[in-house]
Design a protein around this ligand. Structure first.
Ligand code: SF4
Length: 209
């Protein structure tokens, strides 16, 4: 991935920004594209948006060993504008990352990240805070954390959606094992409380019991 030159963004990038987190997170955040700090360091979400995300994750009780973060596009677009051609070119890489990390829950950050997963054009304002089924995993759309820097209404919505996610997390997270580590209740494809494979893509999941 770090040597990819499949689209025009390869010419202007500093570094390819692949992933940050443990090898097998049960929750994966997926943002849109790297910004300046990420491009310099080669690590996703290290700027202001990353700090907002980390703060929210910590407040919700998520441990650093449980979650990882990546982007739909791995090279920085000029002027930080989301590039749909690059998203298409980068799609196989995104698929490879999701397959190898194998998270139970995917949390998209922002409208462009959401669009990469759900075929129907769902406005992020409608989809955010509602769990959907996506290829045997739970998809939970949220606003992009950077949006909270520009609007009070977005900041309130971000907070509300995180409250909802915090309520749902225990139903998707497995019981503690003897070492005190969490394992997902239902890995993709299994039967049980968190199993979602039977639902068509994009279907809204019923609320957790
Ligand atoms: S954005 Fe993705 S497809 Fe384009 S060069 Fe970078 S890694 Fe390759």
């Amino acid at each position: 991935m770090r040597e990819c030159r499949q689209c025009a963004l390869a010419d202007g990038r500093g570094r390819v920004v692949v992933y940050r987190g443990p090898p097998h997170p049960w929750l994966l955040f997926v943002g849109e594209a790297p910004g300046r700090s990420e491009d310099e360091e080669g690590i996703p979400f290290v700027g202001r948006a990353g700090r907002i995300l980390e703060e929210a994750a910590t407040s919700s009780g998520l441990r650093a060993t449980e979650w990882g973060v990546t982007n739909v596009i791995m090279c920085r677009p000029p002027k930080n504008q989301f590039d749909r051609h690059a998203a298409l070119a980068c799609r196989p890489w995104l698929g490879a990352k999701v397959a190898s990390l194998a998270p139970t829950v995917l949390v998209t950050l922002g409208a462009n990240a959401l669009e990469s997963f759900l075929p129907e054009k769902l406005p992020v304002s409608q989809a955010a805070g509602v769990p959907h089924a996506w290829e045997g995993r739970v998809l939970f759309p949220m606003l992009h954390p950077a949006a909270t820097l520009h609007s009070k209404a977005f900041a309130q919505r971000w907070k509300k959606d995180w409250q909802r996610l915090g309520e749902l997390l225990p139903s998707w997270r497995g019981p503690k094992d003897l070492e005190g580590e969490q394992t997902p209740i239902s890995p993709p494809g299994s039967e049980g409380r968190g199993a979602v494979r039977a639902l068509p893509p994009g279907r809204i999941l019923p609320p957790a019991p």
